[in-house]
Ligand binder design. Structure first.
Ligand code: SPQ
Length: 428
């Protein structure tokens, strides 16, 4: 795909549904009793992988233009699949589903694409084994394909070495099936809490205290209706674009503003972005939402580290681009988790942006970005099959002097199928 510089960006965008919340709505609807209706569901490739896995386990899921309807029959309604569960490119599908399958009395085989095969699963396999699950796979169960023989589980008290919502969620979902026992997960920093919020909406009792979350086993989830907020991780590309493209103003509608996900908003404020946020008061109880207006801004470099990292981990590729246009240097540290995403996002961000003229130095746990770089473009760059790298490079093309050629651009389908149409619609 050839992408060219734009003069300005202007208009309104309703970003697609949140990926993390869409996955969870399907999973919880599938194991709940009754019919769950999901609106503003993300029809991206990752969430469709979750739908396909549950259909293979006998769950009736109907997709129409306006909603996804799931006829849940409780955990006991899940059937042993006769084929492999294909989790595609989705870490969330692979890791969360492991937590559900661990407590069911069947055999399951899980595998995804080339990228999933490189992502570490021991972070989930190990605690699930401690609970009593039998899991095998390459590298002693660290890599797909995985074979899971579910069974009866015991509750555990687990201190996770990483702040990961996928690890936390897998353990909590397994804990739901550890009959009569309590499971507690403690994290080094708080990761996104969509699982905790949504379990409560499905009627479960979940206790949170600081960095620890507990759930009692044997609770039955009751079907409910879920409106998925716009994905702040998708909105992030246009927030950055609005701030760095001259003479721009963009309005992002109904964006999810869960405080465990709003690190990008904090960063934009600290860098000095011209931004307004209007909350929808009616949305505050489940997952808060807001309309965000962003205008071309003079930005300054900052340091991003510590407990801010899990609140913006997926936004780091686009924050790196933003920082190339700021006054001064931006330092990102404590972000070694970037190495185990769809690609090693320290390498892919640094290599692809530097090809365009950025000056970014990789570090062990992040990167150092020199500001006020003029992006010359005129190169071929690749998403390397990583949706967030593909979208970040497309936004880079809006300010690069010469056109860029983006290869493997189809990766954006994973989380934002209409990304290129939306970008074109607001470009002048
Ligand atoms: O689902 P997947 O492939 O892991 O997707 C990513 C992404 O960029 O979309 C990560 F590569 O998001 C994760 C996120 O980084 C989604 C997620 C979730 O829904 O629970 C949690 C984060 O991962 P982790 O490992 O920190 O729990």
């Amino acid at each position: 795909m050839i992408l060219k510089k734009v003069n300005r960006l202007e208009g309104e965008i309703a970003v697609p549904g949140d990926k993390s919340i869409s996955h969870r709505a399907v999973m919880f609807g599938a194991i709940a009793e009754g019919e769950t209706t999901i609106t503003h569901f993300l029809m991206g490739a990752d969430c469709l992988s979750t739908v396909s896995c549950f259909r293979k386990m006998g769950v009736d899921i109907e997709i129409t233009d306006s909603a996804v309807k799931i006829k849940g029959k409780g955990l006991s309604g899940i059937k042993e699949p006769s084929e492999l569960l294909d989790t595609g490119n989705s870490g969330t599908t692979t890791r969360l589903i492991m937590g559900i399958l661990a407590g069911l009395p069947y055999h399951f085989c899980l595998a995804g694409d080339e990228s999933i095969a490189k992502r570490p699963m021991a972070r989930v396999t190990e605690p699930l084994r401690l609970m009593g699950a039998s899991i095998d796979g390459r590298g002693s169960g660290n890599y797909t394909p995985l074979s899971i023989r579910g069974g009866s589980l015991s509750g555990i008290q687990y201190s996770s070495p990483v702040a990961s919502a996928q690890v936390k969620s897998a353990i909590l979902l397994a804990g739901l099936n550890a009959i009569g026992e309590t499971t507690t997960v403690v994290e080094p920093y708080k990761s996104r809490d969509h699982t905790e919020r949504m379990l409560k909406v499905f009627g479960a009792d979940v206790e949170e205290s600081g960095l620890s979350v507990s759930i009692k086993g044997g609770q039955v989830l009751k079907a409910t209706d879920i409106e998925v907020p716009g994905d702040i991780s998708s909105a992030a590309f246009f927030l950055a674009a609005g701030a760095i493209v001259p003479e721009s103003q963009l309005v992002l509608k109904r964006v999810g503003m869960n405080p465990t996900r709003t690190g990008m908003i904090d960063v934009l404020k600290e860098m000095g972005a011209d931004m307004e946020i209007k909350y929808d008061e009616a949305s505050m109880e489940f997952e808060p939402m807001a309309d965000i207006t962003i205008r071309t801004s003079s930005l300054k470099g900052i340091t991003i580290s510590g407990d801010l990292i899990p609140r913006l981990i997926d936004e780091i590729p686009i924050i790196a681009l933003l920082a190339t246009q700021a006054e001064g240097t931006t330092v990102i540290k404590d972000a070694e988790e970037l190495k185990v995403k769809e690609t090693n996002r320290i390498d892919t961000v640094v290599n692809e942006l530097n090809k365009l003229g950025a000056e970014i130095e990789p570090t062990e746990d992040g990167m150092i970005i020199r500001g006020k770089a003029s992006l010359r473009g005129g190169e071929e760059v690749s998403s390397h099959g990583d949706h967030r790298i593909g979208m970040m490079l497309s936004i880079a093309s809006c300010i690069a002097e010469q056109e860029i050629k983006l290869i493997e651009e189809k990766a954006v389908q994973v989380s934002y199928p209409d990304f290129f149409n939306d970008l074109k619609r607001v470009s002048y």
